[in-house]
Design a protein around this ligand. Structure first.
Ligand code: HEC
Ligand code: HEC
Length: 314
C-alpha cells in the first residue's frame, strides 16, 4: 500500500527545489530576512513536512464518491454502506487521523524556526513586569536618579529618609503622587500605570536595595506633629539657613528659595523631608548637620516649613 513515489516527490524533490528557488530569490526580495534565515533548519523542516504529507498521500486510496446522486439517495446509501462495511471505513479514517496528527506535530516543530521571537524575547505586558530594577528604571530613575542618587527629586537611597519614613507613607506617595510637587500618581485608579503588586515590589525593593540597617537616633518624625509657628520659623531660618540661602531666603550661594514660583513646586511634606533628610548629593545639610548648632527638633522643622509655606502663599 505504501507507495514511495509521493514520499520521494513531497519529501525530497519538492523541498530541495523550493529551497533552491527561495535561496536564490530571498536576498533580492528581503536581504534582512536572508540574514535571519537558518537554512539547514529550513531544509529539515521542509523535508519533515514533505515526508509526512507524502505518507498521508501514499496511504490514501481512490474511492468512489456518491456526489452525483441526490441528497436523499446519498444518505440512504451512506446508511447502507456504514452498516455493512463499517470496519473498512474506520481503518481508512484512522490512517487519515494519524496523518493529520503527524502533520500537526511537524508544523509545531517547524514553528521553532530560527528568527522567530522566543517567549523570552517577546515584549512583556507592562502590567506583568515584576523586576524591581526594570520598574524603578522605567518609572522613577528619570527624577530620582538611576541609582537613587543625583536626581532632580529626593534620592530614594537617602539613609535618613529611609529611617524616618514608614512603608505606608512611601506607598501613599507612589500611589497618589504628592500634590504641590511634580511627583506623579502611579496607581492605576489614580490615573497611573502601576498595579498594586508592582507598587509593593517598588516599596520593598527601595528598602532592600538601599536601606542600610542603620538607626538614626533622635531624628524628627516624618510627619509634622503639629502646626508650626512661622515667626519662630523666620528666626530659625536666619540662624540655620541664611548662611547659604541669603537673608529671607532670597539669594545666597545656594540660591533663592522663597519665591512663590519656586515654592509652588515644594509641598510642605517635601520641604519637611528635605530639611530633615538633607541631600548629601547636593551638599545640603540634614537636620543634624549644622556643625556649630544644635540639631533641629521636630517642632523646629514644623516652624521652618510654616514660614516657607507662608512665603508660598498657601
Ligand atoms: C516627574 C518626576 C518624578 C517621577 C517620575 C517620580 N517622582 Fe517621586 N518625587 C518627585 C518629586 C518632585 C518629589 C517631591 C520632592 C522631593 O521630595 O524631592 C517626589 C517624592 C517622592 C517620594 C516621597 C518623598 C518624601 O518626601 O516623602 C517618594 C517615596 C517617591 N517620590 C517615590 C517615587 C517612585 C517610587 C517613583 C517611581 C515609581 C517616582 N517617585 C517617580 C518626582 C518624581
Ligand atoms: C551649607 C549650605 C546650605 C544650608 C545651610 C542650607 N541649604 Fe538649602 N540648599 C543648599 C544647596 C547646595 C541646595 C541645592 C541648590 C541646587 O539645587 O542648585 C539647597 C537647596 C535647597 C532647597 C531646594 C531643594 C532642591 O532640591 O533644590 C530648599 C527648599 C532648601 N535648600 C531649604 C533650606 C532650608 C529650609 C535650610 C535651613 C534649614 C537650608 N536649605 C539650609 C545649601 C544649603
Amino acid at each position: 500500500m505504501l507507495s514511495s513515489y509521493p514520499i520521494l516527490l513531497a519529501g525530497i524533490v519538492a523541498p530541495l527545489l523550493w529551497t533552491g528557488l527561495l535561496w536564490s530569490f530571498v536576498n533580492v526580495i528581503d536581504p534582512v530576512a536572508n540574514t535571519r534565515m537558518d537554512w539547514p533548519w529550513f531544509v529539515v523542516c521542509q523535508i519533515a513536512f514533505g515526508i509526512t504529507a507524502g505518507i498521508v498521500v501514499g496511504r490514501s486510496e481512490k474511492i468512489r464518491t456518491l456526489q452525483h446522486l441526490s441528497f436523499a439517495l446519498t444518505q440512504w446509501c451512506r446508511g447502507f454502506r456504514y452498516g455493512f462495511r463499517g470496519s473498512r471505513v474506520s481503518r481508512r479514517r484512522l490512517s487519515l487521523l494519524a496523518g493529520a496528527v503527524l502533520t500537526l506535530a511537524t508544523l509545531y516543530a517547524c514553528d521553532r524556526i530560527p528568527g522567530r521571537p522566543t517567549a523570552a524575547s517577546r515584549p512583556v505586558n507592562p502590567s506583568k513586569v515584576t523586576d524591581f530594577a526594570v520598574l524603578y528604571g522605567e518609572n522613577c530613575a528619570g527624577c530620582h536618579g538611576a541609582n537613587g542618587n543625583f536626581g532632580g527629586a529626593l534620592p530614594l537611597n537617602n539613609a535618613v529618609y529611609l529611617t524616618i519614613v514608614d512603608d505606608a507613607s512611601m506607598r501613599d506617595a507612589i500611589v497618589n503622587g504628592l500634590a504641590g510637587t511634580s511627583m506623579p500618581a502611579f496607581a492605576i485608579n489614580s490615573g497611573g500605570l502601576l498595579t498594586d503588586e508592582q507598587i509593593g515590589i517598588i516599596v520593598s525593593g527601595v528598602r532592600s536595595r538601599w536601606e542600610k540597617n542603620q538607626t538614626v537616633a533622635g531624628a524628627p518624625s516624618y510627619l509634622s506633629e503639629g502646626t508650626g509657628d512661622p515667626i519662630q520659623g523666620a528666626k530659625l531660618f536666619g540662624d540655620y539657613c541664611a548662611s547659604c540661602h541669603g537673608i529671607g531666603g532670597t539669594a545666597g550661594t545656594a540660591g533663592a528659595i522663597t519665591t512663590p514660583q519656586f515654592l509652588a513646586l515644594y509641598s510642605d511634606q517635601a520641604l519637611r523631608t528635605l530639611i530633615i533628610a538633607g541631600r548629601p548629593d547636593l551638599s545640603h545639610p540634614g537636620w543634624r548637620d549644622y556643625a556649630d548648632k544644635a540639631p533641629l527638633s521636630s517642632a523646629q522643622v514644623s516652624d521652618l516649613v510654616a514660614w516657607l509655606a507662608a512665603k508660598r502663599g498657601s
